[in-house]
Design a protein around this ligand. Structure first.
Ligand code: ATP
Length: 355
């Protein structure tokens, strides 16, 4: 039976990389029934909303989606579509593997990290108080009454909630992932000595959960120390589990370690639904010109195939990407070449068909 997959091309370079991924996934021979839906600026223009109901309904029906990057228009009070999708579908785990790829020159050749980022709370929960707004003045009064805290009258505030339940599920997810994928170690990342009630709770809860996985090696590190260690020598790290904001920042750092944003795939996973998307954004500076590297989107497609049980096809897609990169003659400009998005996609497609 064909796998039903919702395809959201997205904005900017999204349609180009989505087309590339579709081509390569179809080359595996896995039967796929694509359902194309809109989200982002293209949806706003066509249907009047950034995240149309029909798009959400399609993902709920197919349970899996492959999604390109989406631009949230600046101003106009729009909520980020990416954040909204994660919250609506309760996609609590973002998984971002960053491994050194053949033929891509990098400083540390032994990088093989998996970032597991909590996706629904922390500073991204969307609890914002604008500087000078009446609600912010009320908040300031409450804080003064509750704890004697003094907010400056011109301060804006973003709240950082971290819960036991939210932490439990992301830490369990990271340990289960490590076990299922035979990874060496889970590292719990935090800033607990300073952010005692949020990161402190994250760390305490993570320690409790870790005790339930005696077969998985684990340790803990503060996020600032981790940043410096990753830049110096990332080879000692494996699976990293982090609160939302640190996960966001370190995903880009990890992308830098392995050769750039055009190479890092991602998955947003919940108990019921999963949305696969590259870590990079819509890159408006290069959109529509065939300059985008489609590999991040293609590898996101490979993660999707593995998620729906097509492990052998997923491995073939990864091998196709590796083979083309190792060969080195077809590369997009971000990797120092002159090939177009479509040329790179077709080279990978040919490798996948030929295996
Ligand atoms: P957004 O606001 O949607 O995150 P952005 O342009 O701020 O978009 P990204 O799109 O993530 O951020 O990327 C930053 C830059 O990295 C881009 O402007 C582009 O030059 C480069 N880049 C990102 N993705 C790719 C890609 N797939 N191929 C080539 N270059 C890329």
């Amino acid at each position: 039976m064909a796998h039903r997959i919702t395809l959201i091309a997205g904005d900017g370079i999204g349609p180009e990389v989505a087309q590339a991924a579709r081509l390569v996934l179809e080359a595996t021979g896995v039967p796929i029934e694509w359902e194309e839906r809109l989200a982002g600026v293209r949806a706003l223009e066509a249907e009047g909303e950034l995240l149309p109901r029909a798009t959400l309904a399609a993902i709920r029906a197919s349970r899996v989606a492959l999604k390109g990057p989406i631009t949230t228009p600046v101003g106009g009070g729009f909520r980020s579509v990416n954040v909204a999708l994660r919250q609506e579908l309760d996609l609590f785990a973002a998984v971002r593997p960053a491994r050194a790829l053949p033929g891509v020159p990098i400083r540390h050749p032994a990088v093989d990290l998996v970032i597991v980022r909590e996706n629904t709370e922390d500073l991204y929960q969307g609890i914002e108080y604008e500087a000078g707004a009446p609600a912010t003045r009320t908040l300031a009064e409450e804080l003064r009454a509750l704890g004697g805290y003094e907010l400056r009258p011109d301060a804006g505030v973003t709240i950082k909630p971290i819960s036991v339940s939210g932490t439990r599920r992301i830490v369990r997810f990271a340990f289960e992932y490590a076990r299922a994928n035979r990874r060496r170690r889970v590292t719990v990342v935090h800033k607990a000595p300073i952010l005692r009630t949020s990161d402190g709770l994250f760390l305490a809860t993570a320690r409790e959960q870790a005790a339930e996985y005696p077969d998985v090696d684990w340790d803990e590190i503060q996020v600032d120390h981790l940043s410096s260690r990753l830049v110096r020598d990332p080879s000692g790290f494996d699976v990293l589990v982090l609160p939302n904001l640190y996960g966001d920042i370190l995903s880009d750092l990890a992308a830098g370690l392995v050769g750039g944003l055009g190479l890092i795939p991602g998955a947003n996973i919940g108990w019921e639904y999963a949305v696969f998307e590259p870590v990079h954004g819509s890159a408006p500076d290069i959109a529509g010109r065939g300059l985008a590297n489609p590999i991040a989107m293609i590898l996101s497609g490979a993660m999707l195939l593995a998620h729906v049980g097509e492990l052998e096809a997923a491995a073939r897609v990864r091998a196709g990407v590796d083979a083309v990169l190792a060969d080195g003659s077809v590369r997009t400009p971000d990797l120092g070449g002159t090939a177009t998005t479509d040329e790179l996609a077709r080279a990978i497609e040919a490798r996948v068909r030929g295996t």
